[in-house]
Ligand binder design. Structure first.
Ligand code: SAM
Length: 330
């Protein structure tokens, strides 16, 4: 028996630490304990939580180096400050149990259901799918949109530079979120006109992004579902991190909307982490558990698209995380 291996597996599998970090962020402990810190009883009274239980939580967080004990209580360490709301690293949205990312991660508790059925675990846990939840609870929608914008900050330059977007006159960004990618593409190609569709209030927010980037004279936003008819007649329909959020049935419906809208010589462009090339296995499981989707492999994309008369022309590795698949009508 290799004790080291057993300890390592226990560490990997144990839920206490991930949940302790998530509860700490949800309670705002790293923010509250900044500077000189505070006594556990005082923080417990302010938060309305059990002082004995909070002491246990802080004790565990101290072993992780997130907080440290002082003569009078606990304070956030330099390391733990990464968990503060103003740290600007995206961790709050990812860990907070009542923001979109942290809430979605808890669906991993139902991973067995997803593996057994191939379906999303999120609806089993929360009674409705991820997108319906975001519509029902605006604070979840807001945090998700922020998380999407944050996660792409370092990807956008590679996506803009890695493909010849300037060959098109018009492009529709389908499910374009807050519009930071389309704004960057338009800024780099002054003759290109763009249209972003997404659900509201996200689509309305994209309008603000276009104004902030000075491209609003060439960018339109429309609040429409991509399961309904899309604005027709553009040269390219971009699906960036869209298809991996959906099972095959829904992915087919989205592609068919693109195909009925695109001009005959146009293109459908899929930007995603492609399975076996750019996808991380952990992320792959997250797509399954949260959405019932997955990081498809090139052959799976080819098969999905061919049902709509789309032919895969090129696959390009745009960044360390994202590929672009270019489809034309066959
Ligand atoms: C993973 S995000 C990607 C956003 C953006 N393309 C990006 O890469 O940053 C998926 C987007 O799909 C949008 N979405 C989900 N369901 C939709 C629907 N039925 N119609 C239109 N957009 C939808 C979400 O609001 C969200 O902005």
């Amino acid at each position: 028996m290799d004790e080291h291996e057993i300890a390592e597996l226990r560490n990997l599998a144990g839920l206490a630490t991930p949940m302790a970090l998530r509860v700490a962020v949800t309670l705002g402990l790293p923010d509250r304990l900044r500077g000189d810190g505070a006594a556990a009883e005082r923080v417990a009274a302010e938060l309305g939580v059990s002082p004995i239980a909070l002491e246990l939580l802080l004790g565990h967080l101290a072993t992780l180096g997130v907080v440290e004990q002082t003569p009078t209580g606990y304070r956030t360490t330099r390391y733990g400050a990464n968990l503060c709301t103003d740290a600007g690293n995206g961790l709050t949205n990812f860990l907070h149990l009542d923001l979109a990312g942290g809430r979605a991660e808890l669906a991993f508790a139902e991973l067995l259901h997803s593996i057994t059925t191939g379906d999303a675990a999120y609806p089993r846990r929360y009674g409705q799918d991820f997108w319906a939840d975001l519509t029902a609870q605006p604070h979840l929608r807001e945090s998700f949109d922020q998380q999407m914008t944050h996660r792409f900050r370092e990807q956008i330059p590679g996506i803009v530079d890695g493909y010849d977007w300037g060959r098109f006159a018009t492009i529709v960004d389908v499910g374009g979120g807050h519009g930071t990618l389309l704004a960057a593409i338009l800024a780099a190609h002054p003759r290109l006109r763009g249209q972003l569709i997404d659900l509201d209030p996200t689509a309305t927010e994209a309008g603000h992004t276009f104004r902030a980037h000075g491209v609003d004279d060439r960018a339109q936003t429309t609040a429409v579902s991509f399961f309904d008819p899309l604005p027709p007649g553009a040269d390219a329909y971009l699906l960036c991190d869209i298809l991996h959020d959906w099972d095959d049935e829904h992915a087919h419906r989205i592609l068919s909307r693109c195909v009925e809208a695109v001009v005959p010589a146009g293109r459908v462009l899929v930007v995603e982490p492609v399975g076996g090339r750019r996808a991380a296995t952990e992320f792959d499981l997250a797509m399954l558990v949260i959405f019932g989707g997955r990081e498809r492999r090139v052959d799976e994309f080819r098969a999905l698209a061919s049902a709509h008369g789309l032919v895969l022309d090129t696959v390009a590795d745009l960044t360390d995380q994202r590929c672009l698949l270019e489809f034309r009508l066959g």
